[in-house]
Design a protein around this ligand. Sequence first.
Ligand SMILES: [Mn+2]
Length: 347
Amino acid sequence: MLNPSSRKSKTNEKSVAKIPELLVERIHSADRIVLLTHVRPDGDALGSSFGFADILRGLGKTVCVFLEEAVSPLYQFLPGCDSIVTDVGQIVEFTKESGACLTIALDAGDGNRLGITPEELKSLEPVLAIDHHKSHKDYGLGRWVDPTKSSTGEMIYELALKLGAEVSYAAAVNLYVAICTDTGSFRYDSTLPRTFQIASELVEKGVKPHDVSQCLHDNVSLQRIKLLKEVLETLKVYEDGKLAFVHVTGDMLDRSGASTDDLEGLVDYPRSLGSVKVAVFIKEIMEGEISVSLRAKGECDVAEVASRFKGGGHRNAAGFRFSDKTIDEVHLLVLNELSGTLKNSVE
Ligand SMILES: [Mn+2]
């Protein structure tokens, strides 16, 4: 059943973002800026990093984007993805050069998941954070955290307006990809009127939605399809189809020839079942190292469920890890927790 949204559309407002002055001032006064993002970066993490780097360069800043490892082949179409630094020592040296330096962490809800040690993070101070994770754990000197925003990419666009910066075509592609991936192509609950306004402005800057969609969705390898076949074989549903579980092991990756990058988005298949409220994807790539992704539709708050397992995320997308359990143990543990949560939530 479709019902109209109760959200008030603020179509006449150019920007409704409450951007802290500290952030704006620090950016204006910095000569050099280091951008960090979370490990295993997704489209939002990468798109907002490369997009923001381009915007800042347009303001005359020297910018270094640090990533723990090379950009996944899935995102190598993003403009600017080849000018990253993966050596943290090089970043620390960069901050010591003359002139004011600032570090900004993007899309990272946890300062311990930036791919660097706490000591290394300290040596990059001052650190500011821009993030939209509901589970954001404060770190650094200051922050702009807004869980109502669809994506960090959307926040970077608002910030560019506030800074009076030019958004080039290259930046527009990156921010569009960031918004597109974090909203599941404008399908998730976080997609608001402002999200479409920004997407529309990015399209006016030359982004072609069809081309981006081709790069994001219609560009998969045979190995990924083989992996998908194996993963779907593991599908189990519970609670009248409200819960769907799938898992992957290192052996499945080996058999299919796929890489860990190919795991991204596979949880959308169990999530797409009509009856499903929460989809669970359990990954054991290395023996004993388990990560769990939760994707929800509607009322169930999976960020809250993830926090019970010391994880985090958004209302509709969250995750957590274990290092001392088997897939079966994790399956049972998460099933019990979600069954209880569903029973307690008002339908
Ligand atoms: Mn994000």
